[in-house]
Design a protein. Structure first.
Length: 390
């Protein structure tokens, strides 16, 4: 047994108020699992780690990323600075389709190398669990390739894989045929070969309509896979309510979601994943309905949305600061958003919390109070990251 002593804990335990703070605490782990997290007490141990009054939180969780891709899109960033909109770039063959061409051409080894470079700064900030979406292959073998590369990253972090074949319609396949491929071939294949934990879709005027999204979700349900949704980012197509009808794990973005959508999410238990990086990069002005999400008790997660076009963000600490400054989340909301609530967005209850039975994923911080993790810009106070593959 290994014991971490002389520590302050932010346990995120739902049985305790707020962050579940234990001022004079300790964590004990055995075989990669927490066996005790709470007030300090005498406990026999094979190894004792003196944390010297540092803070311990659960390892952080980045619950919405597009980590596996090839090709960068700095030119599109420059075009947006000169006035082009996200929609205009997409309709001219840029955006997702530009990344698609580079990703299809890349070998698995190239994709793995690129993904590990992007993952490294997140791990260095105490991230121990990360969701990785496909969605830049947009053809069966290319999508499977990306999901397999994501699986290979599991020797460095706890990887949750999401199939996002419904990201965009590729130019080399008619729309109706691509929908048939998604629903009749790709989703069943992903489920049969355990390539992903969930299915996602981009429900937007430049991507998939609500009716088409319903088809994708029906196929996912038939295959036994949970669903998530890119919802109401650019317009209100009532994606949040659609996600709730299908008991989605999460609805993500939500800038244009209305009160009815927030209420539906609360009733379904669907987590709101807020993505301040994309909001910032696209220079959006319409905020997600934070007041309504609070009013109805919707759990809010925070993520980087790491992707090459609209959120080339490699810092979950920065994402928390931006969620606080742009969306007016509290410190407690931000920290729960990258731990316990982020875990819920992935359908997990064994990460994101310090309590007996959870995986021993820890972040140990050189801070005096948890607010420092949200307050500082460009500063990483991580002392040590503890991650267990078991």
């Amino acid at each position: 047994m290994r014991v971490f002593t002389h520590a302050h804990l932010a346990t995120m335990n739902p049985e305790l108020p707020g962050l579940g703070v234990v001022e004079n605490g300790m964590v004990a782990e055995e075989k990669g699992r927490i066996v005790y997290a709470g007030p300090a007490k005498e406990m026999a141990a094979d190894e004792v780690v003196d944390c010297e009054n540092r803070w311990i939180t659960p390892g952080l969780i980045d619950c919405h990323t597009h980590l596996v891709y090839a090709g960068e899109r700095a030119a599109e960033f420059e075009a947006r600075l000169e006035g082009a909109s996200y929609e205009e770039i997409a309709r001219k063959g840029g955006g997702i389709l530009g990344t698609m061409r580079a990703t299809r051409a890349a070998s698995p080894a190239e994709l793995d190398m690129l993904a590990r470079k992007r993952l490294a700064p997140l791990l260095a900030e105490g991230v121990t669990t990360i969701e990785v979406k496909s969605g830049y292959g947009l053809a069966p073998e290319a999508e499977y390739k990306c999901l397999e590369v994501a699986y290979g990253l599991g020797n460095t972090a706890d990887i949750s894989r999401t199939f996002l074949g419904a990201h965009s319609v590729p130019p080399d396949c008619p729309r109706t045929e691509y929908l048939r491929l998604l629903c009749e071939e790709m989703i069943p294949h992903v489920a049969k070969h355990h390539l992903a934990d969930a299915v996602d879709a981009f429900c937007e005027s430049i991507a998939f309509s609500p009716a088409e999204t319903e088809m994708v979700f029906a196929a996912a349900a038939k295959a036994g896979l949970r669903v998530k949704l890119h919802a109401d980012q650019l317009s209100n197509l009532h994606g949040a309510a659609l996600a709730a009808r299908h008991h989605a794990l999460s609805a993500d973005h939500l800038e244009c979601t209305d009160e009815d959508g927030a209420r539906a999410m609360a009733e379904a238990g669907t987590v709101a994943v807020l993505l301040p990086g994309a909001f910032f990069m696209l220079r959006e002005t319409r905020l997600p309905p934070i007041a309504a999400l609070r009013q109805y008790g919707v759990r809010m997660a925070v993520s980087t949305d790491l992707n090459p076009g609209t959120s080339p963000m490699f810092s979950l600490l920065l994402a928390m600061n931006m969620a606080a400054t742009q969306f007016r989340l509290t410190v407690t909301e931000c920290l729960l958003g990258v731990t316990r609530h982020a875990a819920a967005a992935l359908g997990r209850d064994d990460v994101g919390v310090l309590r007996a039975g959870a995986k021993c994923h820890l972040a140990i911080w050189d801070i005096e109070q948890p607010a420092e993790l949200v307050y500082r810009l460009g500063f990483n106070p991580l002392y040590k990251r503890i991650w267990s593959a078991s």
